[in-house]
Design a protein around this ligand. Sequence first.
Ligand code: M6R
Length: 605
Amino acid sequence: MCGIIGIASNKPVSINIINSLKKLEYRGYDSAGLATLKDNIINEKKCSGRVEELEKILFKTPSNGNIGIGHVRWATHGIPNIVNAHPHSSEQVSVVHNGIIENSDEIKKDLESKGIKFKSQTDTEVVTLLITEALKASKPLESVFKTLKKLKGSFALGIIFKNFSNIIIGARRGSPLAVGYSKNENYIGSDSYALKSMTNKISYLDDGELCVLTKDEVSFYDSRLKKVNKKILTMSENEGSTDKGEYKHFMIKEIVEQPLTVKNCIDEYVDSLKKNINIVNFPIEPQKINKIILIGCGTAYNSCLTAKYWFEELTSIDVEIDIASEFRYRKIKFNSNNLYIFVSQSGETADTAAALDICKKNNVKTCSIVNVIESTIARNSDWVLPIHAGIEIGVASTKAFLGQLTVLYILCLKLAFIRKDIDGNNYVKNIINLKKLPEAIKTCLKSESNIQLMAKEFVSAKGSMFLGRGSSYPIALEGALKLKELSYLHAEGYPAGEMKHGPLALIEEGLPVIVIAPKDKYFEKTISNMQEVIARGGKIIFITDNKKESLNENIRFGLRVPHVDNFLSPVLLTLPLQMLAYHVALLKNCDVDKPRNLAKSVTVE
Ligand code: M6R
């Protein structure tokens, strides 16, 4: 994962590096560091933990220099401590790195056999030392080029040089790298978001490319070191604000924003007057789509799984879903009449991006459903359907999940209508129901105080289970993912009908079991499964939209969400689970927005 920034300017850069690192912290927060260059001296500052620690260090001992690089780390090679924090510097160069150098052990052995000493346990230090060696005989660009040839893996690099005090070199293979332009100042960054407060003019390096930045100009080179020209793009304005406002955490702010973000998303796609969905330019003629393959990771995968139920119910299209990290290594039988849809909030998830690349190499049509429209996944797909959720900062994905569900449902309705799988009346009825969704979400949010009480049941629990059937099964998975991610409590999501095939053995007196049971065709069956859990001492937390179901004494807590059309109930049932995870994490004093060991954007495989 990791975030990198580089600034070449006519004025001191350390403050802007810190500000950009704060924006990049969503990519990793195990350690932070920067290196600036002044009077041919590389000045390195590092800390373990958050950027605010680095800021304090800098406050006490400022770093001067009009050129510099910075880094936030998500540890892969070596524990998160100061020694392993980036930049990694020698006498001659300083390097920041995002990604993984797969052959670092091999290179390290080779360098050590030549008497070269390593300070850290990282894979990055081999880059520093290879460039240092190459500089004995070559200029900076050639030295980096020679080094890149020796590296295997996926990475983005930012490098400054003691004796070439006006340049930063950037390089990418696999991991993304953006370049930003401003007057008397140019930048490299892991993504455009990190550069947004400084410029809205950006370019992206393509795979294998390098760039050389000075404060006045940027030159680009392809993987054979031939100069190339780049388009300069103007970034769109931010949708949504990037501060917490009145809220204690980004996560709760983002949960509360959902009525609005879902409404924005619906408004982008639905023509309310004509009761029609504005989705055009399908990369494959809708009638000819043979199969849809939905691919994502984590929460995005859960939205794919939910959509599978919708597509199967509403359309005649066969649907498969896949976890990107599995898809990318399987022997897939590609078919040019299949539509491959990639779902990702960030649009930078390495596994999802790699799965997309494989599809492109196999000449099949791709669509991406993303939040960040400037992202790698969006740029590389044939067709993009943005979710319009605005910036999501909390590591736990909340409003993006609802946005993904909304777009997937809208796409499903449109395809069902064009292919005549549903008639005009049904199509319009479903659109009208969809338009009611934001208000129903608002109502759900009112149950926060009940959820705070519910959360207490989890504080000293050994674990927990989330059960659902049909489209409530992916919601059970999502509820469990949120809870484990935020509160470090073991949580498993299961199809309720699967319990008797093994997981029932885990039920013991007092284990919290969340049963998600909307009034749909599975309702009675889910209730039977719940009874099996009650009989074994499970403490039931029952979430339904069924007004008729009376909550009996065997149910520890019951919560009703508004009853909406069955297709849309997964959206509403998600809200209590998001709030539950949030409040359990608060009670357990966990860092809600930056849970341990995780990062917002998972840019390593
Ligand atoms: O940016 P993406 O949607 O591709 O991210 C995929 C997962 O890493 C992400 O959804 C992760 O599971 C969340 N932190 C869960 O809340």
